[in-house]
Design a protein around this ligand. Structure first.
Ligand SMILES: [Zn+2]
Length: 287
């Protein structure tokens, strides 16, 4: 993916690049955290990417890219909302769902942008949206932006890929080393060492330090399955990329992403670390 106009977050770039290369691009993305401007700029970049007609997407030069930049592309819809608080009514979500089944005008993919979904979508609208996510239509990309994705129901979160824009300023070597060790333990098919290593995540500050580092290492390992590019030193991700398949790496990244959001919702950390342990085990050990 061409990030010329987006310099905000290395982790997010790596993750999007890896998803694009994996040819398993999600149909719903939540752009979370950061500030308004960075969320806006990433949603424009992804909209352009979805409609761009050139090889190196988004090129920012073709007519579809320019229309997307100006917010006038006929295949990019913005949830309008109504009333003083701009709330998105359930009827609007139903209209969006109906519009999903109509073929795109100019692009290959239709894009639906729901800004500030955490503040503008009530329970009914979220439930209606969930139904659409459960049976995702073809050639559709949903882009939601949120300041705090943690307030969305788990059922919705688990069906979206969450891109966290919070800056993760360089990891210390010690943190990376610990994160790498946890990740290597999950590949060793040893339940005890896996339980032991994930139990450090019971501590909130350790979890918030280690999980983003684990995500960065996993993103690198995923990149290594298709290219030679990594953000961190290859020593952290090389072994993982040879031991785990792309599908497993993506599953692990999604698990770590989800864990980071549950922490922001003050969940019981020992339950969370047990859950992570179970998910890691399930994803890594499945055939
Ligand atoms: Zn273009």
């Amino acid at each position: 993916m061409n990030f010329e106009n987006f310099e905000k977050n290395e982790n997010v770039k790596a993750e999007l690049n890896a998803l694009e290369k994996s040819r398993r691009f999600p149909h719903a993305l939540i752009i979370n955290g950061g500030n308004n401007e960075s969320r806006e700029s990433l949603s424009i970049l992804l909209s352009k990417w979805a409609v761009c007609k050139n090889e190196d997407k988004p090129c920012s030069e073709c007519i579809p890219c320019q229309k997307a930049e100006k917010g006038v592309h006929p295949d990019i819809y913005f949830a309008k909302g109504s009333g003083k608080t701009d709330v998105i009514a359930v009827e609007e979500i139903r209209n969006i769902t109906r519009a999903c089944s109509i073929i795109a005008n100019e692009a290959d993919t239709k894009v639906f942008v729901i800004k500030d979904a955490d503040k503008r979508m009530g329970v009914e609208a979220l439930n209606a949206f969930l139904k659409t996510l459960e049976e995702p239509p073809q050639a559709i990309l949903f882009l939601l932006t949120t300041e705090d994705a943690g307030v969305l129901p788990e059922t919705v979160l688990s069906r979206c890929t969450v891109l966290n824009l919070e800056q993760s300023s360089g990891f210390s070597e010690e943190t990376l080393e610990k994160a790498k060790q946890i990740l290597l333990n999950i590949t060793e098919l040893n339940e005890i060492s896996l339980l032991k290593s994930t139990s450090v995540l019971n501590d909130k500050s350790k979890a918030l330090e280690l999980l983003p580092a684990m995500r960065a290492i996993l993103s690198d390992a995923l990149s290594l399955t298709v290219s030679d590019e990594t953000l961190l030193s290859k020593e952290y991700s090389e072994t993982l990329s040879t031991k785990l398949t792309k599908k497993k790496l993506i599953g692990l990244i999604e698990t770590v992403n989800y864990a980071i959001y549950t922490i922001s919702r003050n969940v019981n950390l020992s339950l969370m670390s047990t859950w992570i342990c179970g998910e890691f085990r399930r994803i890594t050990w499945q055939k």
